[in-house]
Design a binder for this molecule. Structure first.
Ligand code: NAD
Length: 481
């Protein structure tokens, strides 16, 4: 175990670093080597009580609301500054517990700081309305916080995904209990340190690290929770929603995806292949909005598949810390799942253009970049989320068929269109059922652009100004003069 093992990685509750009621630990391993890297204090349901209690007390004493909106905004800038000062350290941790490349780890810090600054700048701009009711009456609306916001994040991007929800909640006056993912909890502990150093009021932000089945479930069902933000798989999302329904707690749900890129015959085929490859092979495909399906118009199908295979083969797979282009999957369990689903694809009759199996004879959880073609929409591999570096290619003839295929899954997170014809692009974008549509690239957008799902990919929006509306409720105040 590295020197990280000596670091006490603890829960952050009520402004204190805390071991947890059970004194048990979660062993965190490096997905690139399979070796342990750190032990994190394991939060149990009793610790959920403690964290929710601290957040509740902070909300009752108006820990965030007592600050002016401008002061709350400045606090976000201060957290961003503290975080940026730890860039190299956090980037290294992202390689160690998450399997990211160093460049990706650095980007995650820069992105998180951007979220904090973006929402810090918006803290004093969330305005209510004055509603005219005639003589003798004044009526206006205010945005009220919910109270204690429980937030649960997955392992693939814990820092930006966690921090963006935390800052939306804090600037709108809520307090937070965040459960970090058990597989990759380290960067969020650094985020808690940044919050502590920046002077976030005691109890306003609490971080616990525990497993989902006990601690996550206890948090989602806790009587002291007023609002839930869940990012993770569809199946876990449904469990969280059942718990929330019992207490009629509002939720923001960011779930899975099987997002389709549509490539028309007039597209720049090599460029489309390069951009789809980035959309699926970044972080080994462990991104909810990955470009995991490609629908290609028949005339350019074969050249597109060839170009995509060239892109896949050009990627160096290995430990992010050693400068590889594509790192490992998070765990042996995830690698087994992705490889098994590839076997199902072969058994279903799909053709493997490249990959389809793990990198042999290495200790880490590395999967080869994989391209399937000859795929039909009824196959499991065309419908189920791999959450790995696997893309399936399906041919189509008419734009109407492309739309039917793209919209023909349970999910509806992202979609893309590649064409030189603007009219075709807009016609297609109008008909795609997805929370975001990219034209001639993948991931066109930024912290400023609303992000979220349709259908089983969830509801509510993160990112952009729109996200703030998911953290407040409107109160109308009518005054008879
Ligand atoms: P997961 O659902 O297994 O776990 C997500 C989180 O939920 C973890 O912190 C886990 O500990 C917790 N959890 C597990 N069981 C729980 C329970 N019963 N009650 C409460 N919490 C529980 O998901 P994962 O495998 O870690 O992440 C991958 C999934 O996340 C994929 O489906 C991916 O598409 C999705 N995702 C979505 C977005 C988005 O913004 N839409 C972003 C990233 C990941």
């Amino acid at each position: 175990m590295t020197s990280l093992a000596q670091t006490p990685w603890r829960n952050f509750i009520d402004g204190e670093w805390y071991e947890g009621a059970s004194a048990e630990h979660i062993l965190v391993t490096n997905p690139a080597t399979g070796q342990p890297v750190a032990q994190v204090a394991r939060a149990m349901p009793q610790d959920v009580d403690r964290a929710v209690g601290a957040a509740r007390a902070a909300f009752e004493r108006r820990a965030m609301l007592a600050l002016s909106p401008a002061e709350r905004g400045r606090l976000m800038f201060d957290i961003a500054r503290e975080l940026r000062a730890m860039t190299e350290e956090i980037a290294e941790l992202e390689c160690l517990d998450n399997g990211k490349t160093l460049a990706n780890g650095r980007n995650e810090v820069a992105l998180t700081a951007r979220y904090l600054e973006y929402y810090g700048g918006l803290a004093d701009k969330l305005e209510g309305r004055q509603i005219p009711l005639g003589d003798g009456v004044v009526d206006y609306t205010v945005h009220m916080p919910f109270g204690v916001s429980a937030q649960i994040v997955p392992w693939n991007g814990p820092l930006p995904v966690g921090a963006r929800s935390v800052c939306c909640a804090l600037i709108t006056g809520n307090t937070v209990v965040l459960k970090s993912p058990e597989d990759s909890p380290l960067s969020l502990i650094k985020f808690a340190q940044a919050c502590e150093r920046a002077g976030v009021p005691r109890g306003a932000f609490n971080l616990i690290c525990g497993y989902g089945h006990d601690t996550g479930a206890a948090l989602a069902a806790h009587a002291g929770v007023d609002h839930i933000v869940f990012t993770g798989s569809l199946e876990t999302g449904k469990r969280v929603l059942r718990a929330a329904a019992e207490r009629v707690v509002p939720c923001v749900m960011e779930l899975g995806g099987k997002s389709a890129a549509i490539v028309y015959t007039d597209a720049d085929v090599p460029q489309a292949a390069a951009r789809v490859a980035r959309g699926i092979f970044t972080h080994a495909g462990q991104i909810c909005s990955a470009a995991s399906r490609v629908l290609v118009q028949r005339a350019v199908h074969d050249p597109f598949v060839e170009a995509l295979v060239r892109e896949a083969r050009a990627r160096r797979v290995g430990p992010g810390a050693e400068g590889a282009d594509m790192g490992p999957l998070i765990s042996a369990r995830q690698l087994d799942k992705v490889e098994d689903l590839c076997r199902v694809g072969v058994a279903e009759g799909a053709r493997l253009a490249c990959g389809g199996e793990r990198v042999a004879d290495v200790a880490g959880h590395f999967m080869l970049p994989t391209v399937f073609h000859g795929v039909t929409p009824d196959m499991c591999i065309a419908r189920e989320e791999f959450f790995g570096p696997v893309v399936v290619v399906l041919p189509f003839d008419t734009p109407e068929q492309a739309i039917a295929l793209a919209n023909g899954t349970d999910y509806g997170l992202a979609a893309g269109v590649f064409t030189r014809d603007l009219k075709q692009a807009l016609w297609t974008a109008d008909r795609l059922v997805a929370g975001q549509v990219y034209v001639n690239d993948w991931w066109v957008g930024g912290v400023e652009t609303p992000f979220g799902g349709t259908k089983r990919s969830g509801y509510g929006r993160e990112k952009g100004q729109e996200a703030l509306l998911g953290y407040v409720q409107t109160k109308n105040i009518g005054i008879r003069l």
